[in-house]
Design a protein around this ligand. Structure first.
Ligand SMILES: [Zn+2]
Length: 61
């Protein structure tokens, strides 16, 4: 995973697990958290995968 930096604190983000709710599904996915302000980030790639999976379950694709 590439290094990400908090836009506020300019510190390196730590890898963490983020609880994401999308439609009726909630799941834990790998994300990034700022150790200073606690802001959680998800990369676009991860979000796209989660959305795709959730839609597959809901719509039976
Ligand atoms: Zn921060």
């Amino acid at each position: 995973m590439a290094d990400w930096y908090c836009y506020r604190d300019k510190v390196k983000m730590l890898e963490t697990e983020v609880k994401l709710s999308y439609m009726q599904l909630s799941q834990r996915i790998p994300g990034l958290r700022c150790p200073v302000c606690g802001e959680c980030y998800l990369t676009e790639e991860i979000v796209m995968n989660v959305v795709k999976e959730a839609e597959a379950v809901i719509y039976g694709k």
